[in-house]
Design a protein around this ligand. Structure first.
Ligand SMILES: *[C@@H]1O[C@H](CO)[C@@H](O)[C@H](O)[C@H]1NC(C)=O
Ligand SMILES: *[C@@H]1O[C@H](CO)[C@@H](O)[C@H](O)[C@H]1NC(C)=O
Ligand SMILES: *[C@@H]1O[C@H](CO)[C@@H](O)[C@H](O)[C@H]1NC(C)=O
Ligand SMILES: *[C@@H]1O[C@H](CO)[C@@H](O)[C@H](O)[C@H]1NC(C)=O
Ligand SMILES: *[C@@H]1O[C@H](CO)[C@@H](O)[C@H](O)[C@H]1NC(C)=O
Length: 348
């Protein structure tokens, strides 16, 4: 018990002590928000969602900067989709990769939500699973609290007894063993309608050799160190994170390569559309494609009127200029998340 307490104390100071002075290395905001991203242009073949990801050039109404200078990323809610077609949506990946030593700040006033809707703001390495995945904002259907997770190659775990505010689910981050190592947010207003009605909020994610730490604040609790941050940011006063994955149980350098940012919204698929998950809260007939037939097809409104991100900015701070520009032409876009289906490997 004594050992556990002193470990917790150490963990609570470790992230801040190691990176108190970080300078701005990249900002995605305002009219140039979409300049430094690539648009995925194919079916959702990574989570089997019922969407066609479309480029901005074809569907400017799904990815644009609004009159408040906020970036909108949304699902098509104006098209009536006929069976068995997919519905248009957006998936973007940052052109830049970030090394350990980075803090990303994500400020949004609205997140996508509603039956069948499965949005995420997350990061991934180039060579999954060897280079890891960090799920910062993610939820499905009628969930009211955000869920965070890491996904890695076998051998990375979430330490127990860490100084965090969220609730640990699975501790094994080995993707092939399940949902990754999840932490459920316990703060109110971290997802769904209440996130938006509360004015949104901010997530900060520290990707560091000492561990991976995710903080969340609802709008009225966003610390001054964030709201006033311009050229640099001081994370020393942030306190306990919502999710804490110290390197004591996961050697960050071994399991995480430089990370690329991803924003996407899928529908149904391997999590939101699982009949035993979808049907109890969203209805339908409980068939394998019940989510698709109940939510996705026919009119897009009102089902998808709230299926949009509205983002103030994303900023990256680093100890050096830790932004990397990838020269790699072939990045494995395979997103290996929630493997509830034991036959998953056989399907690939
Ligand atoms: C942070 O780093 C910058 C650049 O190295 C330096 O000018 C500044 O004094 C540092 N601030 C603190 C509080 O250490
Ligand atoms: C930052 O720069 C120093 C000095 O060049 C280097 O030793 C260190 O590895 C760099 N750290 C990161 C995270 O890039
Ligand atoms: C991790 O996943 C691999 C591949 O499915 C499996 O062989 C291994 O047993 C898993 N390890 C753990 C600790 O679950
Ligand atoms: C679609 O969603 C937007 C908000 O994202 C809303 O303003 C609009 O009224 C919705 N319905 C239609 C038919 O466009
Ligand atoms: C998904 O489809 C695209 C386009 O056909 C392809 O480039 C990519 O490799 C596919 N991804 C997977 C995981 O199959």
């Amino acid at each position: 018990m004594k050992a556990a307490l002193s470990l917790a104390t150490l963990l609570s100071i470790a992230p801040a002590a190691l990176a108190a002075n970080l300078t701005l290395v990249k900002q995605y905001a305002g009219s140039s928000f979409f300049d430094a991203w690539d648009f995925v242009d194919n079916f959702d073949n990574t989570t089997n969602g019922d969407v066609q990801f479309v480029p901005q050039s074809n569907s400017p109404s799904l990815a644009f900067v609004d009159s408040n200078q906020r970036a909108i990323v949304k699902v098509d809610n104006t098209t009536s989709v006929d069976y068995p077609n997919k519905r248009n949506s957006i998936k973007i990946t940052s052109k830049d990769y970030y090394e350990a030593g980075t803090v990303w700040v994500f400020d949004a006033v609205h997140l996508p939500y509603g039956c069948s809707v499965w949005p995420a703001f997350w990061t991934k390495g180039q060579d999954w699973p060897r280079q890891g995945e960090i799920d910062i904002v993610e939820g499905i259907n009628t969930m009211t609290n955000n869920q965070m997770a890491l996904h890695t190659f076998n051998g990375c775990n979430a330490a127990t007894g860490t100084n965090q505010l969220g609730k640990t689910g699975t501790t094994n981050c080995n993707d092939t063993a399940g949902a990754g190592c999840t932490v459920a947010e316990t703060a109110d207003n971290s997802f769904g309608a209440s996130f938006a009605s509360n004015g949104g909020g901010v997530w900060a994610t520290q990707f560091d050799a000492s561990g991976i730490f995710i903080w969340f604040w609802g709008r009225s609790n966003v610390p001054a160190s964030i709201s006033t941050a311009t050229d640099s940011i001081d994370i020393s006063s942030w306190g306990a994170p919502s999710a804490s994955y110290p390197s004591s149980a996961c050697d960050i350098g071994s399991f995480f390569g430089p990370q690329q940012l991803v924003i996407d919204i899928t529908l149904c698929g391997d999590w939101a559309g699982v009949p035993s998950i979808y049907q109890p809260v969203c209805g339908g007939d409980g068939a394998a494609d019940g989510c698709y037939r109940n939510s996705v097809i026919n009119a897009g409104s009102p089902n998808y009127d709230n299926a949009y991100f509205e983002i103030n900015y994303i900023k990256a701070f680093g100890v050096n200029s830790s932004v990397l520009t990838s020269g790699s032409g072939s990045i494995w876009l395979f997103r290996f998340r929630l493997i509830r289906n034991p036959d998953f490997f056989h399907r690939w």
